[in-house]
Write a protein that binds this ligand. Structure first.
Ligand code: FAD
Ligand code: NAP
Length: 532
């Protein structure tokens, strides 16, 4: 089978890519490992899974009718609702018929002007362009803890939660991992469990999520202001309509600062990470917000020793992904919940019936792994596409990810990668981010096909310049100070430590993409003459 475009993935980016290909009159095949659409929202169905960007913003903007027909029920939508939305999109735009589901792409090779993709089903699919919408948080990290295979109880990964929600009521549950996923799941698991042990290697900052059902008045107001709201998001630093407080923390009086922080704390979630413009770039400003958040932890958690264990000591607030929660800290006031600080008592092994640390053995019927992802690069390096001269992605990225505009990779012609390194990615609202990147790629493909161009590939010097720019943007922030962050790949053994997302802002990123397209794609080598 030979097509114009092969799209890997059926999440926000993949679905939109297939839709845009069809609309542009291109033939397209979509390949997806899961049995259905949804990407992140297909796989992450653990108790408590929700978005941390408001539902009305964390949704496509490309179709006015879709936007006005769909009604979000809550401010922060839960996983089933986001999955239902993506199901609706797939049906509404008739996208499923282009997909082969339960099909894992296991390799890809560019030769004679085309990509040949190998799948787990033994098929080969050939296409001119390869669009990798494989996700930034899709390659699950399954830590290799001694004794794991001996565990006789139930074992679940938040990132691959069973479709049939397991009944965990009355069981002894152990949760390993206290990032956003663990922090969302813990309060609900605590309510279900006979006992819950939370195994924490690193504490994270988390801010309560003031979630509520949208009222009809809220929804009407949002509908009325949608065009303006979307326009603001399009050029905002994080792809949402919210900005920071109008003054730097260091320019505001202490009382004014405190009011601003309380306001932001009540607004909730990720917004607190950027209360002040200088908060993510000036340590002294960050310290003000950090101390405010730490005071809240000490207020909520009744046992002072537990409170201290829950306070991060290794990074400025917001420089690892800030978490959002529904009663996380208060969960540690429950009689059936215990926090185990793995920095003091590391896990030595998993036994048949629990977890043995350096100090004690904790009996568990169920182990929940909320241990994260090989983020940003993992899904792509697991495919490890091979270019025309035999170079693999893993060779090209040996010193860290090298991209042009966070979308293309030198030596891998006609390949686009979405949501990955070198783009704002996880620092932005990724529904809009998917649209921006896919639009750019389709624009280039259509332009190339119209001009008889058969190969498009970034020049190495252009990719190096972009990647240097990504590093410089990070250096202007406090992000690189979080040395144990997955933003730097620190959670995966042997992974090169490089700050991977573009921290220069979503709006600026969009302008770069637009500018390169308007100027006829400087930085790319456009080749004609390969016969298809
Ligand atoms: P994904 O949704 O990850 O889709 C990628 C798809 O590619 C997957 O279905 C996967 O199965 C498939 N795939 C990968 N490799 C292969 C292969 N080799 N062969 C076949 N198929 C393959 N972002 C926000 O902006 N706001 C949020 O509130 C938010 N909440 C999140 C909550 C959770 C629990 C997680 C894990 C992430 C969250 N994110 C959030 C980030 C989220 O990943 C993105 O918002 C977005 O869903 C990514 O869409 P995508 O299409 O790029 O990738
Ligand atoms: P994560 O942030 O990487 O957290 C993984 C956790 O597992 C960390 O606490 C980590 O500890 C721990 N861990 C990993 N290996 C371990 C081991 N061998 N032993 C003990 N502990 C181990 O992953 P995540 O929670 O899935 O979140 C990833 C990202 O997905 C988030 O940052 C966010 O962008 C997105 N997300 C968003 C939401 C939302 O609110 N909308 C919800 C979930 C996820 P260390 O920190 O010490 O490595």
């Amino acid at each position: 089978m030979s097509v114009d475009a092969i799209v890997i993935g059926a999440g926000f980016a993949g679905l939109y890519a297939v839709h845009r290909c069809v609309a542009a009159g291109l033939t397209v095949v979509g390949l997806e490992a899961a049995p259905s659409v949804g990407g992140t929202w297909y796989w992450n169905r653990y108790p408590g899974a929700r978005c941390d960007v408001e539902s009305v913003d964390y949704s496509y903007s490309f179709d006015e009718d879709l936007q006005s027909d769909w009604t979000w029920s809550e401010r922060f939508a839960a996983q089933p609702e986001i999955l239902a939305y993506l199901d609706h999109v797939a049906d509404r735009f008739d996208l499923r018929r282009h997909y082969q589901f339960e099909t894992d792409v296991v390799g890809a090779r560019f030769d004679a002007g085309q990509w040949t993709v190998e799948t787990s089903t033994g098929d080969r699919v050939v296409g001119r362009f390869l669009l990798c919408a494989t996700g930034c948080l899709s390659a699950v990290n399954r830590p290799d803890i001694p004794g794991l295979d001996d565990f006789a109880g139930e074992m679940y990964y938040t990132a691959a939660w069973p479709r049939e929600d397991p009944d965990l009521r009355g069981k002894k549950i152990g949760v390993i991992g206290t990032g956003s996923s663990g922090i969302q799941a813990v309060p609900i698991l605590a309510e279900q469990a006979e006992s819950l042990v939370v195994f924490q290697r690193s504490p994270n900052y988390t801010v309560p999520m003031p979630n509520y059902p949208w009222s009809s008045a809220d929804l009407q107001r949002i509908r009325d202001e949608y065009p303006e709201r979307r326009q603001r998001s399009a050029y905002a630093a994080a792809g949402t309509p919210h900005g920071t407080y109008h003054k730097n923390a260091l320019d505001a009086e202490p009382g004014e600062r405190l009011d601003a922080m309380w306001q932001r704390w009540r607004d909730g979630g990720v917004l607190f990470a950027k209360t002040f413009p200088d908060q993510t770039s000036v340590l002294e400003a960050n310290d003000i917000a950090r101390r405010f958040a730490e005071d809240r932890i000490r207020e909520i958690v009744t046992d002072p020793a537990v409170a201290e264990d829950l306070i991060p000591v290794d990074h400025p607030i917001g420089t690892k992904r800030i978490c959002t929660d529904a009663g996380y800290y208060a969960t540690f006031n429950r009689d059936n919940v215990r926090l185990v600080n793995l920095r003091r008592e590391p896990i030595e092994e998993i036994t048949e019936d629990g977890v043995r640390t350096a100090s004690a053995t904790y009996a568990c019927d169920v182990l929940v792994f909320a241990t994260g992802f090989d983020a940003l690069t993992g899904a792509m390096t697991r495919i490890d596409p091979k270019g025309p001269d035999g170079q693999r992605l893993s060779d090209i990225w040996v010193d860290g990810p090298l991209t042009f505009l966070g979308v293309m990779v030198p030596r891998l012609p006609n390949l686009f990668s979405f949501s990955g390194p070198g783009s704002p990615s996880v620092l932005a609202n990724m529904a809009l981010h998917a649209e921006v990147q896919v639009d750019w790629a389709i624009g280039l493909m259509v332009d190339a096909l119209g001009r008889g161009i058969t190969e498009v590939e970034p020049r190495r010097d252009a990719a190096l310049a972009w990647t240097d720019g990504v590093a410089e943007a990070a250096e202007r922030t406090l992000f690189p100070r979080a040395q144990s962050s997955w933003y730097l790949g620190a959670n995966i053994e042997g992974k090169k430590r490089v700050f991977m997302p573009y921290a220069g802002g979503f709006g600026n990123y969009r302008k770069y993409l637009d500018d390169v397209a308007q100027r006829g794609y400087p930085g790319l080598v456009l080749t004609t003459g390969v016969a298809w």
